[in-house]
Design a protein around this ligand. Sequence first.
Ligand SMILES: C[S@@+](CC[C@H](N)C(=O)[O-])C[C@H]1O[C@@H](n2cnc3c(N)ncnc32)[C@H](O)[C@@H]1O
Length: 496
Amino acid sequence: MSGAALRFFDACAGIGCFHHGMVKAGFTCVGAAELDGRLQQEYPKAFGLDPSRMFGNLHEVTEAEAWRAVRDEMHGCVLTAGFPCQPFSKSGTQLGPEHAEGTVFGALVCILEDLECPAFILENVENLTGEKHAETFNDMRTILRGMSYDIAFGKYSPDQIGIPQHRQRWFIIGIKRGDELEGSENEALLEAMDAAIQEKASEPKVILKDLLEGTSRRGSPASDTEKQALVIWDKYLSWLVENPSIGKTPSPLWGMEAVYAYDIDKIQSILTSRKGKKIRKKDVISALGSRHKKSFRRKATIIDNLPPYLWDLVDERKEAYPDWKPRYIKNSRAHLMKIKGWLESEDRRQEWKDWVVLLRSQDATFQKFEWHVRESPKQTRIKDDIKRVKKRFEGRLIQFRPSGVRVSKGDRHPALVAIGQVPVVGTCLRRPPWQILAKLQSIPEGFANNNPALFGESSTSGNSGEPVKRLGNAVNVDLVAVVAGVVKHEILPLGK
Ligand SMILES: C[S@@+](CC[C@H](N)C(=O)[O-])C[C@H]1O[C@@H](n2cnc3c(N)ncnc32)[C@H](O)[C@@H]1O
């Protein structure tokens, strides 16, 4: 088969990371589809695709006149898509493409049929096999096998092939075995994908520190409130360094436990005894021990007396909390009380009080802390707050997440996600510019800089939120190239 016959259709095209990966593996793009109007405009310009091959909504695509005009030239190509995962509207045992109507997967099935694709590569989030999507995923597999594809699905992350981003994603490949035959879940295909990933694992690693080098010059600074939160957690870490007998930071550490005086076991027993009836303030007060009763502000609401993670206590028909919540609360409180007791024993009660006041003045999410670093914090005696914080968190990545301030080791970047949450680099307290993040998706050098509009960055806007969102939705180029290499190997002997 000639190289030119290795063709692909980029459905759910986004910023085109499948495109880069497929080209790297030797394929040529014959067409693409993307719902987003701005991406539809920019993708053909960035990739030199004839605009007549750029389509919009996948649900309507095969009916369009423009499609029929070029259909024959696209016929027999490989389909690629990192598609949104919606549950099927109908369930049951009678599965077929018609049952997938309304879902993007359903539209992909129509394209597979219309173009008689010899193979496909689909990509999806880790949760595809989780409880929420499991049934949908099973249905998808049944449909694809029924269309005579042998399928295999493997979960891979860029850090397996030397790229310092941890991002587990499912890659589902399918190879058509002949129209008459029912496809199977093919172990050999999966082994081939695993082996191809394994082979790349031996390549020299890209070091995250080097990738992030430009951050100190071009990155956007952490906000003042974020810096303030780091100063507070730096103070906490300094106590751990000073007194190692305090022990390690529990994960997570809920800082609010430094002030609230409720008894979680009693709250659990109220929830159990009320058997789903509404909890009243007097129920809560009556179930608290005398020490807790004293600190309970009667004029305030229940919520005012409890940390945000217990505010759902007042919901109708609230059941007892799952075991992890009382565990987090108890671990956090015991740890913080140990620090308090030690400081009091050293006549440093005021130091503790000042810290608690500062902590309580923070946004609720900043009051929680996650130390995802194996080693103990570093010692530093620098006087200046910001310089000290930079030294303490040197080489670490710090994310400000709804679950708290998370400090991670700094050897791998957490998965880029559409909702942002780009970590601050501890060494310079800045966030990497999106062009650096593009490297974590293995987007070819220079492509991001040459095509800012594809990433949603107009040269005048200076807004980096949109590129981060688009990068967070994208697939890693090098992983696509590895998986595409397997597909290429499978379809070449068939002369498709
Ligand atoms: C998870 S992202 C995939 C991104 C892509 N793999 C990349 O490298 O940027 C899913 C993409 O599918 C597009 N999409 C969603 N529904 C669609 C539809 N009905 N037709 C065409 N594209 C669609 C979204 O706009 C989004 O860009």
